[in-house]
Design a binder for this molecule. Structure first.
Ligand SMILES: O=P(O)(O)OC[C@H]1O[C@](O)(CO)[C@@H](O)[C@@H]1O
Ligand SMILES: [Mn+2]
Length: 449
């Protein structure tokens, strides 16, 4: 039964972003971008045909064909706005997905089926990635195949020079970190937080981009990029860490990861700094349990990145990799992939739909949410006025002090000053989707922060 307070909320929250609005970013994503991603997924499976044959014989070839047929069918369903179908595999999250479909069908009423162009964008976009997983899962010998693996490893290799620069900086820091006064820690933390923020641009061109650029250190670009940070709650993030440390000793920082490749490396560098500086005792990384939104981190990507960094032919990079591996071995760093992160829910549903994860996050001194998709889920992917407060858009979500580090790649943004969005629209019509702008947006459920 809906309480009066819930009814109030239902009446006041704006509608979900959806491809219903012809010409909107959601519409263009579903019409153009998602079918292209599916075509690339098909292509990746097809190019690995020989490998499947080597590993599984004729059964591998059969599986390759069957998975491709399922993905082609999926692309056709999407392009012709067919109803969203219940999942038919037996993965542990299938029931939750099917219940979620029912929930949306009930909300939408009987006239229209839940479908690609009529239903919330967040939901159908997540659903596409889950259906890719279904196509593989239904074809056992190749169930584990990650259709996005090549893109992720390429991003890692292409950003080597920037990673070397970061690891060299980290090595310099390690030598002097003991006894560093708080004002200097603040300075380094600010820099590494911004590197991790801009890592979310995910085009590895944080250092001005051109391949032959001399200016390869992402740290050198931070001053030029600062005017593009639209909301900067850095000082609150710092206070959350310092207050916690001073009251009860260094606590736990959780990082809800986004992309593999360069972005993940920036997150690992930040996490290394947090631990070695004594600002955090432990770091918990949250990743995805299946390939997700092309470049998101899975357990395999996480381990692979640390191994590659250890094996790098660069002294400070390999030293960093060895350090990261020992953080993992001694449990200072842990990796978690709760199924909720690959479900379509807004984060305000977490307390009821994934109570164990919510309770787990409550143990953190600070939770960093990386990237655009996490921001969409934090704010429910609703059509908010840009001046609405971040706390309002979170709709009650607040397990711990939290901060979104996000470059803007979707048309939802809250917490801006009056007139700020209008000014941006006048000069940069694509400010919400170009990845050129960013936010460091903080919220705490505790009144002392
Ligand atoms: O990796 P991120 O930063 O979450 O970005 C995911 C991208 O996918 C989208 O969901 C669109 O397909 C956008 O929100 C964003 O461009
Ligand atoms: Mn991503």
């Amino acid at each position: 039964m809906t309480t009066a307070a819930e009814m109030d909320l239902l009446l006041t929250v704006p509608p979900a972003l959806s491809a219903r609005v012809v010409g909107s970013f959601a519409y263009l994503t579903i019409r153009d971008r998602l079918p292209t991603i599916l075509t690339k997924a098909v292509d990746s499976i097809h190019r690995h045909k020989d490998k499947f044959f080597e590993q599984h014989g004729e059964e591998g070839i059969r599986a390759e064909k069957a998975a491709i047929a399922l993905l082609s069918k999926l692309r056709n369903e999407l392009q012709t706005d067919k109803p969203v179908l219940a999942l038919s595999d037996e993965l542990e999250d299938a029931d939750a997905w099917n219940r979620y479909l029912q929930r949306h069908q009930n909300l939408q009423g009987d006239q229209d089926s839940v479908s690609w162009f009529k239903s919330p964008w967040l939901y159908v976009e997540c659903y596409m990635y889950r259906r890719i997983q279904e196509a593989l899962w239904l074809n056992p010998p190749i169930s584990d195949f990650d259709v996005f693996n090549e893109a992720k490893t390429q991003s890692y290799f292409e950003s080597q020079r920037a990673v070397m620069a970061l690891c060299t900086y980290l090595e310099g820091l390690r030598k002097s970190i003991e006894g560093l006064p708080d004002n200097q820690l603040l300075d380094h933390f600010g820099k590494l937080l911004q590197v991790s923020l801009w890592g979310n641009k995910c085009d590895l061109s944080i250092s001005a981009g051109q391949e032959n650029s001399q200016k390869v250190s992402p740290l050198d670009s931070l001053d030029d990029l600062r005017p593009y940070i639209l909301v900067d709650d850095f000082s609150s993030v710092w206070s959350a860490l310092i207050l916690g440390r001073n009251q009860s000793g260094p606590g736990r920082v959780d990082i809800v990861l986004d992309n593999a490749g360069f972005e993940l490396t920036t997150d690992l560098v930040l996490a290394d700094f947090l631990v070695s500086s004594g600002l955090a005792r432990t770091v918990r990384f949250h990743g995805k349990s299946m390939p997700w939104f092309v470049s998101d981190v899975t357990a395999r990507d996480f381990q692979w990145t640390i191994r590659q960094t250890m094996a790098a032919n660069h002294m400070w990079m390999s030293k960093s990799g060895v350090q990261w591996q020992s953080y993992v071995q001694e449990g200072t760093w842990t990796y978690h992939d709760h199924p909720f992160w690959t479900q379509p829910h807004q984060f305000c549903d977490m307390a009821s739909d994934a109570a164990d994860l919510y309770a787990d996050l409550q143990g953190a001194a600070l939770v960093l949410f990386k990237g655009d998709l996490n921001y969409r889920k934090l704010t429910g992917d609703l059509d908010w006025e840009p001046t609405v407060g971040f706390d309002v858009a979170l709709q009650g979500f607040g397990p711990a002090p939290l901060c979104s580090l996000r470059t803007l790649k979707a048309n939802v943004q809250v917490g801006l000053q009056p007139g700020q969005a209008e000014k941006l629209s006048a000069h940069h019509p694509d400010w919400m989707t170009s990845g050129k702008y960013a936010v460091v947006q903080f919220h705490s459920p505790h009144s002392d922060l």
